[in-house]
Design a binder for this molecule. Sequence first.
Ligand SMILES: [Mg+2]
Length: 249
Amino acid sequence: MTRLRLQALTFDLDDTLWDNREVMTRTEQGHYAWLDDALAEWLAARGEQHLGRFAEWVPITAYQRRRQELAERHPLRRGDFTWIREHALASLLREFGLPHEAAWHWATRAMERFHELRVRVSPYPEVEPLLSELGTHYRLGSITNGNLAFDRLPLRRHFAVAIAAGEMHAPKPDPRPFLMALAKLGASPARAMHIGDSWKEDVLPAIRLGMQAAWIAGDTPHGAPLPEGVHRLEHIRELPALLERLGQE
Ligand SMILES: [Mg+2]
């Protein structure tokens, strides 16, 4: 099969350009603990300690359950994690005993804290030079289901297009965020490659559209032969060598 020269690359973010696990754990626990402390202080200043500690009344597991319930009740919003979190917090704060306005105030403040923590990702050291170099040969885009405030990261400048698929209510593997990225990058699927760690959310939707895919498979055990157009990499640092190989074929 003749391969067309690639013009555009689209990248998943979490667990492709950085390891996301620790950040998520820190963020999940950090914004909840912050809310608990800040709220206790506020209640004490108002002489309302009788309500007790929020995190004792509403353990973090209850917050996680409420998010799940909201996602099930609002299937269109299931990928819009910021909306789900803020609504879960506001409803739990109401049940804790706060008036409507105070509940929303604290839910919003907690989500501000969430985003401050969520964006503290550490891209792999190879990523900055790699994007810098690739940007001189290809048009670059990002497509994420995550809700990190990507605009706040220095890395954002490498991407002509950054798609937050969850917030457009079409999380991957929905093809729409891919199509939108390609349209904005002015590239046809046959001249584009998507790079991501998820077989289901990155690789499959990309190849169904006729894009090539670089699967950042880490140490996933090798299984059946890969479909046409899929290239397995252990780590993003191997991408330039892959592109070079493809260019020479
Ligand atoms: Mg990912």
